[in-house]
Design a protein around this ligand. Structure first.
Ligand code: GLA
Length: 379
């Protein structure tokens, strides 16, 4: 893994003002829209106080982030008629998250996506992880980074920015090495949510960090995402077995329902993909520079989401397992395909796939990846 050194960050005072709770997926034009970052209590988990930060940019766009799971709980932007609503699934109270929804908005680690049979080797040492997805390991195990309380600090910066830190101890969920993780969320005036992931270990380990936001650009979960148009700059994908573990092949998307290179309505070919889309796309980018890899747009709202990343892969998950059993804070059922995820990542099961880009992190190396989600409105 390529080492990039991060500058030392100056941590400044936190503005401990309270904010009004904002009902996700609901229009709320009465919210405070002053540029900056505010902090409010969001309840308690693991005997620790949880905070909810609100990042507001000069355009009045607001992103709320909880220190529980590093969850993006809402991202409020206007549509083409200037009606504000959240484009991500989320709850307006901590209890929704403590009920363990499927990773809504959360930071995922130590290893995003699946590791076959919860086992991998580094040199001659074999490690056994929790098997929390059938026989496989998924998204860090029983208590991944999505279910822990992160330390937080804001920075004295002209751009609202939140630093979250977590020490994942040696042996946690079966992984080797004490891993110090820092994730910095920044909201720019160009309506970009930038996520910078950094980590260091004291023993050889595997790392694959991502964010699991579920997007619905209409801002209303009663609409599915099947009418959204998706472009993924990937000529290849990694086919999977029946348990969603890659077979190890890298196959062309051309002539298959996985071809999103030119932009396609998600609903057009979804029925010919068993179970719906839940696949890793092998991005065309050739290096670890920050590159645009996907865009998602919705005519109804006029909103477009662009995804930029330094990562080699993108998991497109079309919300297949959502089944209406979870409700939004205002009582709407979250049904199948009512939101989708675009998870930037290294490929699933890389620790067991010698041909995939490596996810190994050694002591002395710096893990550093960047992903940017950018929202714009076509009026
Ligand atoms: C990821 C996986 C999916 C599913 C969701 C959560 O995106 O790839 O298979 O587990 O998380 O439900």
């Amino acid at each position: 893994m390529k080492g990039i050194t991060l500058p030392v960050l100056g941590i400044a005072a936190i503005f401990a003002t309270s904010i009004s709770s904002c009902n996700n997926q609901k229009s709320d034009d009465t919210m405070e829209t002053k540029k900056g970052i505010t902090k409010a209590s969001f309840g308690q988990a693991d005997g620790k106080e949880v905070f909810l930060y609100t990042l507001t940019n000069a355009k009045g766009t607001q992103v709320k982030i909880s220190t529980y799971g590093g969850v993006v709980t809402s991202w409020i932007v206007p549509d083409k008629n200037d009606k504000k609503s959240s484009i991500v699934l989320g709850f307006d109270s901590l209890s929704g998250y403590l009920a363990k929804p499927p990773y809504f908005g959360a930071l995922i680690g130590r290893y995003g996506n699946r590791i076959a049979n919860g086992k991998f080797k580094i040199d001659t040492s074999e490690y056994t992880l929790a098997t929390n997805n059938g026989r496989n390991h998924l998204h860090g195990g029983n208590k991944g980074f999505d279910k822990v309380v992160w330390e937080s600090a804001t920075e004295n910066d002209s751009v609202p920015s939140l630093m979250l830190s977590y020490l994942s101890k040696d042996g946690e969920e079966g992984y080797p090495g004490n891993l110090n993780v820092d994730v910095r969320y920044t909201l720019t005036d160009d309506n970009e949510l930038k996520i910078e992931y950094s980590a260091k270990t004291d023993k050889a380990t595997v790392v694959n960090l991502t964010n699991h936001s579920y997007f619905n650009l209409t801002g209303n979960v009663s609409n599915t995402i099947l009418d959204h148009t998706l472009m993924i700059d990937a000529d290849n994908y990694t086919p999977v077995d029946s348990t969603l573990i890659p077979t190890g092949e890298i196959k062309p998307v051309k002539g298959t329902p996985f071809d999103f290179t030119k932009g396609e309505k998600i609903g057009l070919r979804i029925d010919s993909v068993k179970g719906g889309y839940d696949h890793n796309f092998v991005l065309n980018k050739k290096d670890s520079s920050l590159t645009k890899v996907a865009s998602l747009s919705d005519d109804k709202s006029g909103r477009t989401l662009e995804v930029f990343t330094t990562e080699p892969g993108l998991q497109f998950y079309s919300g297949n397992f959502l089944d209406g059993s979870i409700k939004t804070s205002d009582g709407k059922a979250i049904n199948q395909h009512s939101a989708l995820c675009l998870e930037t990542q290294h490929f699933p099961d890389s620790p067991n796939q010698p041909k995939f880009p490596s996810t190994l992190l050694l002591p002395g190396q710096q893990y550093h990846t960047v992903t940017v989600y950018k929202i714009s409105v076509n009026k």
